[in-house]
Each structure stands twice: as structure tokens, then as C-alpha cells.
Design a protein around this ligand. Structure first.
Ligand SMILES: Cc1cc2nc3c(=O)[nH]c(=O)nc-3n(C[C@H](O)[C@H](O)[C@H](O)COP(=O)(O)OP(=O)(O)OC[C@H]3O[C@@H](n4cnc5c(N)ncnc54)[C@H](O)[C@@H]3O)c2cc1C
Length: 421
């Protein structure tokens, strides 16, 4: 039974980075938004925690950079591949022409809390937590909203546009009968954490490589987040060998962690991420747009997932704010969002698939994984060496909020109007 009906202009399903950023930008532009999230909070550990310079520049355009930097975080100025035979600096962010020449590492939950708190300042923003979207409302061939179930009731949202930002297992995508095509085989990552000591001097972001071993190391203020990477089936293999063997292999690969691998209590402390790259051929239907992981699942290579999701949201707001405000949004606008983001997404997924293939070959042959030779060559040429950092930081094309002043002005008028009600 339906208990609650919301009427809004844009209904966004999923409060991950894509959904939250789009909701904030639209609400700020004076568009009524209802954002639905299945969880009751944002506390999901081991998510994309790497905020790249492109995203920081967008946050700065919103006038929020200073406040974001007041939250606990770590800055990684470079991203290295470290093996017993070589150290390849894949990205040196500190050489980039940007006010934020680093990758900020912050738990995604804190970043989302921060953006949601900002969105709540706008009267046009509505957040419904604990709402599992399980039905699309379709009328005359157009999606005109969704239905959801919450703990105590069912509800529906009627909207001019529904945006699916509900992640890689997107329910909305399935309900809309849109089938993604695979862009790469799967990768497994076993995420876990170990304590950080004040005397640790390890880089804040690196990939450690050993024989049939690859481990991502990311700094957090009081701990190290570690991601043990492998091809499909690696988790089963590692688990079969036992937790003590896993601890010892980490200690052998990274002797600076040998004194604390015991802090890894058991497999309950290890979280498996198995992910396969994929992409939709078409990101929209009449009345429906898909963005972020719902439209294209990225591999973890380069930690670009959040940043791509946010870039999608920014382009969606650039294209859709005005037509949503004036009630004239149509499928051509949705196609324009896809046009702006698709080629960049394809390019990044192609690059990620190549790196993954190199990793799988190294595991199969027992060789030590190294970055592809053309990439290592580029990294040694002074005029070109910043290219990989630039690509990681900004993607192929810098995405910016278009007309930020105009949007802020629309929102200010709205806030004044709402405060006099
Ligand atoms: C373990 C892990 C580690 C990762 N590490 C990195 C990293 O280091 N760097 C990086 O950039 N990326 C990383 N990623 C990927 C990154 O988290 C994603 O690419 C990014 O979060 C995608 O954002 P999104 O908003 O599209 O989707 P998501 O972040 O997946 O958000 C989707 C939201 O929709 C909600 N939802 C789902 N179904 C429904 C429904 N039916 N009704 C209502 N709500 C629903 C979900 O609860 C979720 O909150 C990682 C992902 C995982 C899982």
C-alpha cells in the first residue's frame, strides 16, 4: 500500500557521490530534488576514498574547499608503483597546475555527510533515507517516477525526471531493462586495515608489488587502508591458505608492516570487492537518466570511480538545470549528458582494461607486475611525464560547473523567497 506521495522535479535514486553531488547542484540551482537512499546513513567502509584534484576544483567552485579541508584527511602528492626491482612514479600530482596538487584521501562517508549538509541548506532539497526503490512508474512510454519501500511504509515519487545513481548493481537499470556490456574481466580486491604509527614514513598512496602480489596502500589519519589486488579466484586461493599465511605474505611484501600484521584478526576483518568494468550503450530513456556506476562501472585502477561519478553529476547539472527549471527537459537533453561523458568514460575504461590485463598476465606467468612499457617511457620524457598525473587528476577533459555565479544567484533568490514564507 502506498502511504506517501512526493511530487518533485527531479527524483534521484542513490545517495552515493553521483546522486549527492547532482542533488546539491540542482537544489542550488533552484530545482526541486528528492534524493532517495536505501541505507539509513552513509557509513560504508572501504569505498572510494580518493578525491582527485578535478573533484576538489569542483568543490572549490561551490565555495566549499576550505571547509572540506577542515575535515580529517590525508594528502597524497604522488602515486607510485613500488617493487623490489623499481619504483615508477605513475603520477606526480604536485607538478600539476591546480590549487589542489594532490589526491585527498577521506572516508567517503565523511565526504557525503559534508555534501548532504550543504544540500540541506536549500529548501528545494529533500532526502529520504531508508528508502529502497523497487518500482518504476511508467506512463505513456515515459518514466514519471518511482515507488519505494521504507521500514514502515511504501511511498512513491512523481517527477519530471528520474535519475538512477544507484551504483554498480543498479536496481533502476534492471527495472528499466537496460543491459550493460562488459568492458573488462573482473578484478578482486581484499580490503583491510592496519594501524598507522607516528614514525611511519611510507607514501600516502602507493601500489606495492611482489611476485604474484599487488597491494594498494592508502593513508588515513590513524590507519593504513590496504587493498590486496588479484584476478578472479584470488580471494578463494588466499583464504584457503589461511589467515596466518596471508599475514605473513603481507609482512614479507612490506616489511615495515611486519610488526603489526597481527592486528588483522581474521577474515571478518577483510572485505572482498569483486568488480568488473561495464557500460551501458544508452544512458537514458524517456524520463530517465543513469549516471555514475549505474551507467558505467569503473575498475579500481587509478581510484577514479568517485571522480567519474561526480563528473557525470556536474555535466548532468550543467545540461539539465535550466530545462528542469523551465519544465522543458526532454530526451535530447539526456542524450547530451551521455555525449559529454561517454567518450571520456570509454577512454578510461580502455586504459583500466589494459592495466588489468597486464596484471592478469603477470599473475599467470609468475612475473612481477610492472606498468606497461609505453607508460614507463612517457614517465621519463620531461615534456610528457605529467600526462598520466593529469589524466588521473582530471580525466581526458576538465569538467567544470558552467555559469556557477548564475546558478548561485538563482539559489540565493530561492533561499530568500523560502525564508519569507
Ligand atoms: C570497496 C570499494 C572500494 C572502492 N575504492 C575506490 C577508490 O579508492 N577510489 C575510487 O574513486 N573509487 C573506488 N570505488 C568505487 C567508487 O566507490 C564508486 O565508483 C563510486 O562510489 C560510484 O558512485 P555512485 O554514486 O555512482 O554509486 P555508489 O557510490 O555505489 O552509490 C549508490 C548508492 O545508491 C544506493 N542504492 C542502491 N540501490 C538502491 C535502491 N534500490 N534504492 C535506493 N538507493 C539505492 C546505495 O546504497 C548507494 O548509497 C570503490 C568501490 C568499492 C565498493
Amino acid at each position: 500500500m502506498t502511504n506517501t506521495t512526493h511530487r518533485t522535479t527531479c527524483c534521484i535514486v542513490g545517495a552515493g557521490p553521483a546522486g549527492v553531488m547532482l542533488a546539491l547542484l540542482l537544489a542550488r540551482a533552484g530545482v526541486r530534488v528528492t534524493l532517495l537512499e536505501a541505507h539509513r546513513d552513509f557509513e560504508r567502509d572501504f569505498r572510494g576514498d580518493t578525491i582527485h584534484p578535478a573533484t576538489l576544483e569542483i568543490v572549490a567552485q561551490l565555495g566549499l574547499a576550505e571547509r572540506l579541508h577542515e575535515l580529517p584527511h590525508v594528502k597524497a602528492e604522488s602515486f607510485k608503483f613500488v617493487s623490489p626491482v623499481a619504483i615508477d612514479t605513475a603520477a606526480m600530482f604536485s607538478r600539476l597546475p591546480t590549487p589542489f596538487p594532490y589526491m585527498m584521501i577521506m572516508p567517503q562517508a565523511r565526504f557525503l555527510d559534508f555534501l548532504v549538509a550543504e544540500a540541506k541548506r536549500y529548501a528545494h532539497f529533500e532526502l529520504v533515507l531508508g528508502a529502497h526503490v523497487d518500482e518504476l512508474i511508467e506512463e505513456n512510454g515515459t518514466i514519471s517516477g518511482i515507488r519505494y519501500r521504507a521500514a514502515e511504509a511504501r511511498g512513491e515519487v512523481r517527477a519530471a525526471l528520474t535519475v538512477a545513481a544507484d551504483g554498480r548493481f543498479s536496481r533502476v537499470r534492471k527495472l528499466a531493462a537496460l543491459e550493460p556490456v562488459s568492458t573488462s574481466g573482473a578484478m578482486e580486491i581484499l580490503w583491510f586495515r592496519l594501524p598507522r604509527r607516528p614514525e611511519d614514513t611510507h607514501d600516502e598512496a602507493a601500489i606495492e608489488v611482489g611476485p604474484r602480489q599487488i597491494c594498494a596502500v592508502l593513508g588515513r589519519p590513524t590507519e593504513w587502508q590496504l587493498g590486496y589486488v588479484g584476478p578472479p579466484g584470488r580471494y578463494r586461493e588466499v583464504k584457503a591458505a589461511g589467515i596466518e599465511a596471508f599475514r605473513q605474505s603481507i609482512a614479507a611484501m612490506m616489511p615495515w608492516l611486519a610488526d603489526r600484521v597481527g592486528a588483522l584478526g581474521g577474515w571478518d576483518d577483510v572485505s572482498l570487492l569483486s568488480v568488473e568494468g561495464s557500460r551501458l550503450a544508452q544512458w537514458h530513456k524517456r524520463g530517465l537518466l543513469l549516471i555514475g556506476d549505474a551507467a558505467h562501472v569503473m575498475l579500481p585502477v587509478g581510484g577514479v570511480g568517485i571522480n567519474c561519478a561526480i563528473a557525470d553529476a556536474v555535466e548532468a547539472a550543467n545540461v539539465l538545470s535550466e530545462p528542469l527549471r523551465s519544465g522543458s527537459v526532454d530526451e535530447a537533453h539526456l542524450a547530451e549528458v551521455q555525449r559529454r561523458r561517454e567518450s571520456v568514460t570509454k577512454f578510461i575504461q580502455g586504459f583500466q582494461a589494459r592495466i588489468r590485463q597486464g596484471m592478469v598476465s603477470a599473475f599467470e606467468s609468475g612475473r612481477m607486475f610492472r606498468l606497461p612499457l609505453p607508460l614507463r617511457t612517457i614517465l621519463r620524457i620531461p615534456g610528457l611525464r605529467n600526462l598520466p598525473a593529469r589524466m588521473t587528476a582530471f580525466g581526458v577533459r576538465r569538467v567544470r560547473i558552467e555559469r556557477p555565479e548564475e546558478i548561485a544567484a538563482a539559489a540565493t533568490v530561492h533561499r530568500r523567497a523560502s525564508s519569507t514564507r
